[in-house]
Design a protein around this ligand. Structure first.
Ligand SMILES: *Cc1c(COP(=O)(O)O)cnc(C)c1O
Length: 406
């Protein structure tokens, strides 16, 4: 399929290019000592990802450890409550081991570490979700795992800190500056510069310098490949639209990559939070501009000094001031439409899906559900497939405290 002069039959061969560019986005803007380490990872990945042994081992892990394929569920009661005849479906990444899509790329990254002969994986974490997924993968492979986390986040996310420790990871407290995610990233990168001979750095989304946006997309593409086949099996047709929430953008790239070459409308949903004022949302593609942060060129939210702007979302997994470079590319091409839902719409969708379908979604995923519901109201007929990126157990305390039982 051709779209805006891009041939999508050969899309995955051509994008990213050899240097990690999706058009002008992506690349690698990092200090030379880190570039050495990234080049090593890129080279190893290019070879290892094609080896039949690696592919077979990853398949076995997905089937026997992660519980893949995850099913697609038809949301019959929710669809009838909308009343337009449009049918809603969800891809159940909430049923993936550890309760979200993040394990898809963490198992891939840790398997790559093993094949490269590394003894340790290093990462930062904010809300702790990436840290838990990576600590799970490290335990599975018998790798050491160092997770850098700001002391403010350590206090807020006590259950996830406990999970990481039980899984055998070292949680390293970062006390510099505001002691949250940004400082944790800096500390983790600094450690990696010293330790890269024995360790690899594992990024938690389709962000960061090349090869991570490509590698994480490839590991997540299992979501889209499964979903396309399952949906065809279930209904005999393709969905009319697919929807996913976008923080860094990994669950979205996973689902979208299965449908880029199909006549299917694709929607990425960003968090509008409390509103359009800077600092009240994290809708980078909707309100941002081109810029470089965290080692890659993309579309980002900047403050008056051109630095990453403060962002907010009710979903801690979505509050990132930029997004994966491939999303910026697909945005400019017009192949994927990016739109927003706010906190209130999200929380409504959270309760509605729980009550009508018996599925308690993560607040991140509730953004996609809210948008899918809105979309279904505007369509006359057809089917919408939503990526349910994770389950809501992690959000229970927050929901009860802030919104109560509805
Ligand atoms: C981390 C997280 C996200 C956001 O990450 P992406 O890279 O944008 O997918 C979305 N949903 C859940 C459940 C998460 O844990």
């Amino acid at each position: 399929m051709k779209f805006n002069n891009i041939e999508f039959d050969t899309y995955f061969k051509n994008y990213p290019d050899h240097n990690g560019f999706f058009g002008k986005y992506g690349g690698s803007y990092i200090p030379p000592e880190l570039q050495v380490a990234m080049d090593e990872i890129a080279e190893a990945y290019q070879t290892i990802c094609k080896s039949s042994k690696f592919i077979a081992e990853l398949r076995k892990i997905r089937r026997e450890f992660q519980g893949r394929p995850t099913p697609i569920s038809h949301l019959e009661r929710l669809s009838s409550s909308i009343g337009t005849g449009v049918q809603l479906y969800v891809k159940r990444e909430d049923l993936n081991h550890t309760g979200a899509h993040k394990l898809n790329h963490c198992m891939g990254e840790a398997l790559l570490a093993k094949y490269m002969g590394k003894k340790k994986v290093i990462a930062e974490t904010g809300a702790g979700q990436h840290g838990v997924a990576l600590a799970t993968a490290a335990a599975y492979f018998g790798l050491k795992c160092d997770i850098y986390m700001g002391s403010v986040d350590i206090k807020k996310q006590a259950p996830n800190v406990a999970r990481m420790k039980i899984l055998g990871a070292r949680v390293i407290e970062v006390t510099d500056g505001l002691a949250t995610l940004k400082e944790a990233v800096d500390a983790a990168f600094a450690a990696y510069c010293k330790e890269y001979r024995d360790a690899i750095y594992c990024i938690g989304s389709v962000v960061g310098p090349h090869p991570f946006p490509m590698m994480v997309r490839d590991f997540q593409s299992v979501v889209g490949i499964e979903a396309r086949e399952q949906f065809l099996d279930m209904t005999g047709e393709l969905p009319d639209a697919v929807v996913a929430c976008v923080g860094g953008g990994s669950n979205a790239m996973g689902l979208f990559s299965g449908f880029l070459n199909d006549p299917v409308d694709i929607y990425g949903v960003e968090p509008l939070g409390r509103g359009i004022k800077m600092g009240d949302h994290a809708a980078s593609l909707t309100y941002g501009e081109e810029g470089i942060m965290h080692g890659f060129n993309s579309i980002m939210l900047k403050d008056e000094n051109g630095e990453p702007a403060p962002v907010y979302s009710v979903a801690s997994g979505l509050d990132y001031p930029s997004c994966g470079p491939e999303h910026a590319f697909l945005h400019d091409l017009g192949r994927v439409k990016y739109d927003v839902v706010n906190d209130d719409e999200t929380i409504d969708a959270f309760y509605t899906l729980s009550r009508l379908e018996g599925i308690i979604p993560a607040i991140e995923s509730s953004h996609a559900v809210a948008y899918g519901m809105k979309l279904a109201k505007t369509m006359g007929k057809g089917a919408v497939l939503i990526n349910l990126s994770g389950r809501g157990d992690k959000d229970m305390d927050y929901i009860i405290e802030k919104y109560g039982i509805r």
